[in-house]
Each structure stands twice: as structure tokens, then as C-alpha cells.
Ligand binder design. Structure first.
Ligand code: NAD
Ligand code: UDP
Length: 346
């Protein structure tokens, strides 16, 4: 355990949320503003959106800096804490520009850590269960070093996040920055993008549209799904913990499901004609994932309280609401009278 004295400042400084316009980031910004914090969201809007920020943009205690973390940060951003959530989390999204993904984790994390060092601010890194790759140890505890392919299509994300963790612990040991690292396992809930490409959003959107539910491989691979509210609670507790943990902390829901079990739950909850369709398993797709959360429990008194069966319905409602809004917008945009095509006189 380490203890740090953060710089005293009579005027309360802001909390910076890098990646604050994304799925987890916007839910975190909502919570921090509701608690009375001054919040700066820094985001390049790659997978985030102003829509996620909703009413926050009218809040006087909330502001947005639209920029990439790979670019040098504005030096005058006075902050007391930085949450680094900047990085696309969905495999199709982060693989679309793998070099940028890697740089986001390495160069971006370095910029934010340097900023924390200058301002005496506390830093929380959103790391990932991908650190464990296709794990040979089950469930995964933090002392497991993982089984990651360093050159495959997932490496830009996995190795980027691993390098970011290395930077974090070097800044903790050598630069006296108060750093906390959360290893986040698959998290779902309102504000995931319909085109995110991950399993929960894909299955729900496909079922709502009456399309086939795509199962990659046999569907016997497992994941552990954490509801967004539980995750935000875990991140906030880790940031606020009085003592700095010496190492990373797993945050996730230890209940483990096969992908087919998840698909069956979605089919039970949505009235649909959809059926399962089997497609090839992506390269390096991990077979099993389940967090050992004993450390989070001991250090933070945290464990998730929302089982999958309770988290899926509000998530489905949210996607259904988006579909309804999109189709009424499309109806409004349709012209009431179609003009005849003009004959060219040329
Ligand atoms: P997301 O894609 O919705 O959010 C990421 C946000 O970061 C987006 O708003 C995006 O525009 C922004 N961003 C990406 N690259 C950036 C850059 N170079 N500069 C500035 N902004 C940038 O993803 P999410 O699910 O909210 O994940 C948030 C964080 O949590 C990510 O770091 C991710 O790696 C981590 N994480 C998430 C999960 C999960 O299941 N959701 C699991 C493990 C780890
Ligand atoms: N998956 C699937 N169908 C989909 C999307 C994903 O079967 O439409 C599988 C994917 O191959 C993986 C699991 O579901 O085995 C979880 O994938 P996701 O992209 O949600 O997250 P990650 O692999 O990063 O945990």
C-alpha cells in the first residue's frame, strides 16, 4: 500500500474524464456531476457522442474538451483527479485503426500521467480483462500474467493496455503519481452503441430487429457480464480509496455464462422471430473469462449487486427506445410530396 498527499487547493479543482462521452465515461460523468463535482470530459468522439452527454452539456459544472489524448493536453486544465477511459473497447472499433488504438493507450496514457504529475492529481486507468488474453488460469486473479498474442489482430488493444499498465506502475513507483488501475471485465447497459459490435448489444439489437442472432464459434465460450451501475460504483470506490493499492484491481461480475446461454436469455426477454446463426470464431477469441474479485472486495468492499437477469431488461428497454426514436425521426424526415424528376435540358 502507498499513501500520497494530493496538492491542497482552496478552490475545488475539477475531475477530468478522458473518454467521457463514451458508454462508461458518460455514465461516470453523470454520477460525478450529480455528486457535485466539477467535471471536464475530454474526448475525440471516435466512439463517444454528445447524445450520450444529454442534459450534462447545459450543466455549468460540466465542460467538454474535444481532442485526442494522443495530442498534448492543454496545460491549464487544473484537475484533482483523472479517470482515463479513452480507448474504443469494441473489437471491430479498435481493430479499425489498430495503430491509433495502440497509441491511444501508450501515448495518451503518458500524456495524462504527465498531466497528473504536474498538477498533483490522482489517476485511474481503465484497464481490461484483455490483459489476461486467452487465459490459462481460471478464474483470473490479478497476479496472473496472462496469455496474450502480441502480434494478432487484438494485440493493438491488449498490448496497448498492458503497456499502459506498465506506464502506470512506473509513474506510481518512480514519479510519485497516485495511480490506480481497474481491470474491467465485459460491461453492458444503457448507452452502448447499437453498432458497437460486442455481444450484448449485437444480440439485443438483432432480436429487436427480428434478425438472426450471430453466435461466433460454438457459443460455448464464456464471459462474465457486469451491469454498468455496478461498474461505475467500483470505479468511483477505487478512485476514492484512502490507500493506493500496490497493483491492479479486477472489477467485474463473477457470474459466468456461455454465449449461447446469454442468447437464450435475450430470446426469453424479447418477443421475436429471431433464431441463432453460427459464424466463424474471430482470431484469438478468448475461451473463458471470469474475474476473481477478492481484491476488490477486500480493498473497496465492492461486489456487483445486479445479476444479468436484472441488468438485461433495462438495457433492452434502452435499445428499444432508441429504435423507436430513430424510426419516428425517419418518418418525420420523409417528404410528404415527392417532386417529379426535372428533365435535363442540356
Ligand atoms: P467506448 O468506446 O464507449 O468509450 C471510449 C471513449 O473514448 C469514447 O467516447 C471515444 O470517443 C473515446 N476515445 C477513444 N480514443 C480516444 C482518443 N485517442 N482520444 C480521446 N478520446 C478517445 O468504450 P467503453 O465501453 O465506455 O470503455 C471505456 C473504457 O473502459 C475503455 O478504456 C475500455 O478499454 C475500458 N473497458 C471497457 C470494457 C467494457 O466492457 N465496456 C471492458 C474492459 C475495459
Ligand atoms: N460474439 C458473438 N457474436 C457477436 C459478438 C460477439 O458470438 O455478435 C462473441 C465473441 O466472439 C466473444 C464473446 O461473444 O467470444 C464476447 O465478445 P465481445 O465482443 O462482447 O467482447 P470480448 O471478446 O472483448 O470479451
Amino acid at each position: 500500500m502507498n499513501s500520497f498527499r494530493t496538492r491542497k487547493n482552496h478552490r475545488r479543482r475539477a475531475v477530468l474524464v478522458a473518454g467521457g462521452a463514451g458508454f462508461l465515461g458518460s455514465n461516470l460523468c453523470d454520477r460525478l456531476v450529480a455528486e457535485g463535482a466539477r467535471v471536464i470530459c475530454l474526448d475525440n468522439m471516435q466512439t463517444g457522442s454528445y447524445e450520450n452527454l444529454g442534459g450534462l452539456v447545459r450543466e455549468p459544472r460540466f465542460s467538454v474538451v474535444e481532442q485526442d489524448v494522443c495530442d498534448p493536453l492543454p496545460a491549464n486544465l487544473e484537475v484533482e483527479a483523472v479517470y482515463n477511459l479513452a480507448c474504443a473497447a469494441s473489437p471491430p472499433r479498435y481493430q479499425a485503426d489498430p495503430v491509433h488504438t495502440m497509441m491511444t493507450s501508450v501515448v495518451g496514457t503518458r500524456h495524462l500521467l504527465d498531466h497528473c504529475e504536474r498538477h498533483g492529481a490522482r489517476f485511474l486507468q481503465a484497464s481490461t480483462s484483455e490483459i489476461y488474453g486467452d487465459p490459462k488460469q481460471h478464474p483470473q486473479a490479478e497476479d496472473y500474467w496472462g496469455n496474450v498474442n502480441p502480434t494478432g489482430p487484438r494485440a493493438c488493444y491488449d498490448e496497448g493496455k498492458r503497456a499502459a499498465e506498465t506506464l502506470c506502475f512506473d509513474y506510481l513507483r518512480g514519479r510519485s503519481v497516485d495511480v490506480r488501475v481497474a481491470r474491467i471485465f465485459n460491461t453492458y447497459g444503457p448507452r452502448m452503441r447499437p453498432d458497437d459490435g460486442r455481444i450484448v448489444s449485437n444480440l439485443i439489437c438483432q432480436a429487436l430487429a427480428g434478425e438472426p442472432l450471430t453466435i461466433y464459434g460454438t457459443g460455448e465460450q464464456t464471459r462474465s457480464f457486469c451491469y454498468v451501475d455496478d461498474m461505475i460504483e467500483g470505479l468511483a470506490r477505487l478512485m476514492r480509496a484512502k490507500t493506493t493499492p500496490d497493483g491492479p484491481v479486477n472489477l467485474g461480475n463473477p457470474a459466468e455464462f456461455t454465449i449461447v446461454e446469454l442468447a437464450d436469455m435475450v430470446l426469453d426477454l424479447i418477443e421475436t422471430s429471431s433464431r441463432l446463426v453460427y459464424e466463424p470464431l474471430p482470431t484469438d477469441d478468448p475461451q473463458r473469462r471470469r474475474p476473481d474479485i477478492a481484491r476488490a472486495d477486500a480493498l473497496l468492499g465492492w461486489r456487483p449487486t445486479t445479476p444479468l437477469a436484472e441488468g438485461l431488461p433495462p438495457t433492452i428497454d434502452w435499445f428499444a427506445g432508441r429504435r423507436a426514436a430513430a424510426s419516428s425521426e425517419a418518418r418525420r424526415a420523409r417528404p410528404s410530396r415527392v417532386e417529379p424528376v426535372l428533365q435535363s435540358t442540356a
